[in-house]
Design a protein around this ligand. Structure first.
Ligand code: MEV
Length: 303
């Protein structure tokens, strides 16, 4: 018996980290997918060619394999499986490879066992895996990989799918990520030391996200760049930017971007830039030192 499923990577437009404190956030699915195929086997193997991983054990563990191990514990019986993962997402780019892998694996296991869950249940199951593996995680990454398109996650954790023209966006990435769990823990520590200050920072990120959401619903992308710059300043004050990420952010602005910010957990990973009429200039400038691409979005979630 054999079954497959695939789920998209994501870019967070506004509200990362604040979303862990029940603030709203906006994310878009991007046109890079993780496809998982599971087949009956005599022993359990995991193969992820793009990461050079060939792993054999009943309980896969270590790095990204922790997500696979936890999914098998929660959503599979003990029978051995051959698991093959094809990733179009650059390794360590902070574009949500773990969430996309988790959602795709849950989708493949559901098909393998003949289960038919709706997207709400799939997203909730995938979120549980992320929390178990990372210690803390908002439902944002797993929601966007499940639903695709554009999602506004509100402060009550409700997923609102919406449609909008995002205009010209560029994503540039490093070859390493900052490890979401470590970055989230760093923000929590700063929150513990300075609760009033950090509380106000999170409230301001909420205002930025809600302003962006209102403008996107009106299909007005004009203020997106400035709102990204405001959000970036606050991500910096949360302690999740680095010298290299700041260099990327400013390189994009120097090349004409209307605004730019970290996307995702920070510490490494990726930036996103709003580049009306100057996508090629920004991609060329960022490609001198990093890897940049025009952001292509995906309406398809888990398929
Ligand atoms: C990571 O992609 C996004 C964070 O907000 C963590 C989370 O939402 O769980 C940093």
């Amino acid at each position: 018996m054999k079954s497959s499923a695939s789920a998209p990577a994501k870019a967070i437009l506004f509200g990362e980290h604040a979303v862990v404190y029940s603030k709203p956030a906006i994310a878009a699915a991007i046109d890079r997918r993780v496809t998982v195929t599971v087949s009956e086997s005599s022993s359990t193997h995991v193969t992820i060619p793009s990461l050079g991983i060939r792993h054999s054990s009943e309980r896969p563990s270590g790095g990204i394999l922790d997500y696979i191990g936890r999914c098998l514990e929660l959503y599979h019986d003990a029978s051995p499986l051959d698991i093959r993962v094809e990733m179009e997402i650059p390794a360590g780019s902070g574009l949500g490879s773990s969430a996309a892998l988790t959602v795709a694996l849950i989708g493949a296991l559901d098909r393998y066992h003949g289960r038919d869950h709706g997207p709400g249940e799939t997203a909730a199951r995938a979120h549980r895996v992320e929390v178990d593996v990372q210690g803390a995680a908002s439902p944002l990454d797993t929601a966007i990989s499940t639903y695709g398109g554009l999602v506004y996650l509100d402060s009550q954790r409700r997923v609102r799918q919406f449609e909008a023209d995002l205009g010209d966006l560029v994503i540039a990435h490093l070859d390493y990520s900052g490890e979401t769990a470590r970055m989230v823990a760093g923000v929590a520590e700063r929150f513990r030391r300075f609760p009033d200050i950090m509380g106000r920072i999170m409230d301001t990120v909420e205002s930025i996200t809600n302003t962006a959401y209102r403008e996107l619903l009106r299909n007005n992308t004009e203020p997106l760049g400035e709102l990204m710059n405001l959000n970036q300043g606050l991500l910096d004050s949360m302690g999740v930017s680095t010298r290299e990420l700041s260099m990327m952010v400013y390189e994009a602005r120097n090349a004409g971007a209307a605004g730019s910010k970290i996307t995702g957990a920070g510490g490494g990973g990726s930036i996103i830039a709003h580049c009306p009429g100057c996508v090629d200039d920004v991609v060329t400038a960022l490609n001198r030192n990093w890897k940049a691409m025009r952001a292509e979005f995906s309406v398809k979630g888990l398929i």
